[in-house]
Design a protein around this ligand. Structure first.
Ligand code: VGL
Ligand code: ZN
Length: 204
């Protein structure tokens, strides 16, 4: 059984949003076209408290995109984004949502960031996504969403670690940083993941 994971397709990651991913909106038609051809569609949602420590605003004197340490882990400091109950945290309006069976929220703990839909960055807490997928008989996980070099990448890595067959849908993701995108893809392939194009997942 195959699941489509829609990672963080939220207003703040679209052009005009607080942490806009270049061309982030371009993946939405692809995500919509693919959904009917999967056994299960699941979404993740970055869902931060307003004082989340991944925000540069919580570190006086530090700048956005500066790297610091948080709980012993390297942490990029982001603009305030995806704050709980704000419009920026909502899933994109253009995204078809009726087929999404469950939404896994992450990044709620203000002390630690959570890029992956499976675990927080310190791997201290599971979201339950892996067990949920296994409970549905899923063995193959296909990923689309934002950002390709952060949350999609970390989710794909964890999916591999959890023993799923992993397919990273190359044209249905967009990255914050072009070099980071290339690195992420190479690393996933080295770990046994596969890169696919969305059109190969649609009926002829
Ligand atoms: C993300 C940075 C901070 C993502 C989330 O969804 O890729 N990136 N929070
Ligand atoms: Zn975030």
């Amino acid at each position: 059984m195959r699941a489509l994971l829609l990672i963080d397709i939220q207003n703040d990651f679209l052009p005009g949003g607080a942490l806009a991913v270049p061309e982030g909106d371009r993946i939405i038609p692809l995500a919509n076209q693919m959904q009917p051809h999967f056994d299960l569609v699941v979404a993740t949602q970055d869902w931060h408290s307003q004082n989340h420590k991944s925000f540069a605003s919580q570190h006086p004197g530090k700048n956005v995109f500066e790297v610091t340490t948080l709980q012993g882990l390297e942490q990029v400091l982001w603009p305030d984004h995806c704050m709980q109950d704000t419009a920026g945290a909502e899933l994109a309006r253009a995204l078809e949502q009726n087929r999404i069976e469950a939404i896994f929220r992450k990044g709620t703990n203000p002390e630690i960031d959570s890029y992956s839909g499976f675990y927080d960055n310190g791997r201290l807490k599971s979201t339950g996504l892996a067990d949920y997928l296994r409970g549905k008989g899923i063995t193959q996980v296909y990923l689309a969403g934002l950002a390709a070099d952060y949350c999609v990448y970390f989710s794909a890595k964890d999916a591999l670690t959890e023993g799923f067959e992993v397919y990273y849908i190359e044209d249905a993701v967009r990255a914050i940083d072009a070099a980071g995108f290339e690195k992420a893809k190479a690393d996933l392939v080295a770990r046994g993941g596969q890169l696919v194009q969305s059109h190969t997942l649609l009926p002829k």
